[in-house]
Structure formats: structure tokens, C-alpha cells
Design a protein around this ligand. Structure first.
Ligand code: G1P
Length: 290
């Protein structure tokens, strides 16, 4: 089956980014010249997905507005003959069809994904977490996963290696290596206490899920942090049918963390077509003066 829909949960409060995220959704914080969420949406579009489902909450309407057509702005830019800018702004609203679903209560990532069940229906779907940005030289991370899905037709979680100290901040996968970058999932645990797992394979925010996950999520009880955890539901799904963990090619940035966000800005700025060279020159001077 083909994956046509992507679910992007954006309902979180963004407490790690306060006070910046007090009145602005953290997904709308800028990386160079566009909000973080636009990079995620562009990855989805570049991977050939047809529909995006945002899981939202109160106070997140700026995200929907960003991808909407703005008639007044369009008219104003045309009147001022700023046609390039007009085209760029219109391009954002034409990227892809977007559906919004409210997460009624802040019960965790698993509950957010479960909120999409009626819109996704009975087909496999992609999930992208807005905090995780992946910069890759060749194929976007989602496309790499879709390519593997074509072959295995089963759920896939994206993983990267972390240090033992970092393992307790992630969902951790214990698996059997099948070939370079591909593992058969044996067990998954959300944020294991230090010293309770030997695995260094951490889940990052990209998943392709079979729709069976919705039934499981509906029965999943609160886990780590008192929240309904996607990882707990995935562990139950992995017991029923095959699941794969995929070590993607590319660099992942945790843009939901202040230092990760700064690293993402530097990486994306260095690659920017018109600003990259000047920014690199500036960075060299800054580094030389340290
Ligand atoms: C979520 C998932 C976790 C995953 C992480 C990746 O955790 O629950 O399994 O490793 O995203 O960013 P969060 O960072 O939202 O606490």
C-alpha cells in the first residue's frame, strides 16, 4: 500500500522554549527565513505525500494561518509590485492540502496520534515530530523511510545512535541488525532509566505506522510521565507483527531544545543559497576571535 498521509502533532505547549513560546507556537520560531514547521512540511512535500494532518490545540492557529492563502497580503504585495515576494508567500499556501484536528486533552504523544484516527482511516501513514529537523544531502529522511516501506510494507521507526547518558531522554529500540541501517525491532521502551538498556538506538521523530496502531493506542494506558506514549503502543504493535528500525542518512537537530535550535540555525544558514557564503565568512571571523 502507498503512504499518502502525514500526521504532524503540533499541540504541545513548548515549555522548553518559554518565554519565547508564550504567545507564539514553538513550531513558528524562525530558522533563518522560515518557521521550523515549514521545513517539516517541505520534507513531507518533497517525499510525495498528498495530505498533512496537523494535530493542534488552542493557541496554535498561527501554524494554520501560515499555510493558508492570505488574500489581503497577496493584494497588498501585488499593488506594491512586489511580485517575487508575492510568489513566495503564495507558494507556501499551495504546498499541500492540510487538515487540522484538535487534540481535546494534553494526554501525550500517543493520544495526539490517536486523535488522527478518523482522518487517516485504514491505511499506513507517516508521522513527523515538529521538533526533529533532518538535514540530508540526498533524499529527505521521510523519502528514505518510504523507500524502505515499499520493500517491507510494515511499520518503521527512524533511529540514530546516542550516548549511554542520552538514552534516557529517548524512546530506545532493542533490535536485531538485518543489514546496514536496518534493524528488526525486538523491544522498545520510552525513556529507560539509566543502566536499564544496553541499546544505543534512539527513536527520532519520524515513523511510518500501520493503521492497527490506532486500536492499540485507544487501549494504551498512561506510561512514562503519566502520558499515553506512542512508544508503548509501538511495543505492543511490534509483538503482533514485524516492525523495523531505520538508521537514516542525514543529521538530525532537536529544534525543540535551545542548543539544538541554535545548531539548526547555523547548519541551515550555512546551506542557504543567498546567505550561506556570507554567513560562513562571518562564522570564521567569530571562531577566530574566540
Ligand atoms: C518523543 C518520543 C520519543 C522520541 C523523541 C524523539 O519524545 O516519545 O520516543 O525518542 O520524541 O524526539 P519527546 O522528545 O517528545 O519527549
Amino acid at each position: 500500500m502507498k503512504v499518502r498521509k502525514a500526521v504532524i502533532p503540533v499541540a504541545g505547549l513548548g515549555t522548553r522554549f518559554l518565554p519565547a513560546s508564550k504567545a507564539i507556537p514553538k513550531e513558528m520560531l524562525t530558522i533563518v527565513d522560515r518557521p521550523t514547521i515549514q521545513y517539516i512540511v517541505e520534507e513531507v512535500v518533497a517525499s510525495g505525500i498528498e495530505v498533512i494532518i496537523f494535530i493542534t490545540s488552542e493557541g496554535k492557529s498561527a501554524i494554520e494561518n501560515h499555510f493558508d492563502y492570505d488574500f489581503e497580503l497577496d493584494t497588498l504585495l501585488r499593488q506594491k509590485n512586489k511580485l517575487d515576494l508575492c510568489e513566495e508567500v503564495c507558494h507556501i499556501s499551495n504546498l499541500i492540502d492540510i487538515i487540522s484536528v484538535r487534540q481535546k486533552k494534553p494526554l501525550g504523544l500517543g493520544h495526539a496520534i490517536w486523535s488522527a484516527r478518523n482522518v487517516v482511516g485504514n491505511e499506513p501513514f507517516l508521522v513527523l515530530l515538529g521538533d526533529d529537523l533532518v538535514l540530508s544531502d540526498n533524499l529527505p529522511c521521510s523519502q528514505q523511510m518510504l523507500n524502505l516501506f515499499e520493500e517491507v510494507q510494515e511499520s518503521i521507526v527512524a533511529i540514530q545512535q546516542v550516548t549511554p547518558e542520552e538514552a534516557s531522554q529517548y524512546g530506545i529500540v532493542e533490535g536485531e541488525k538485518l543489514r546496514e541501517g536496518v534493524y528488526q525491532v525486538k523491544r522498545m521502551v520510552e525513556k529507560p532509566p539509566p543502566g536499564t538498556t544496553d541499546s544505543d538506538l534512539a527513536i527520532i521523530g519520524r515513523y511510518i505506522l500501520q493503521p492497527e496502531i490506532f486500536d492499540i493506542l485507544g487501549k494504551t494506558t498512561p506510561g512514562h510521565g503519566g502520558e499515553i506514549q506512542l512508544t508503548d503502543a509501538l511495543q505492543a504493535l511490534a509483538k503482533r507483527r514485524s516492525m523495523y528500525a531505520y538508521q537514516f542518512e542525514g543529521t538530525r537537530f532537536d529544534a525543540g531544545d535551545k542548543l539544538g535550535y541554535l545548531k539548526a540555525i547555523v547548519a541551515f544558514a550555512l546551506r542557504h543559497p543567498s546567505l550561506g557564503d556570507d554567513f560562513a565568512g562571518h562564522l570564521k571571523k567569530v571562531c577566530a576571535s574566540l
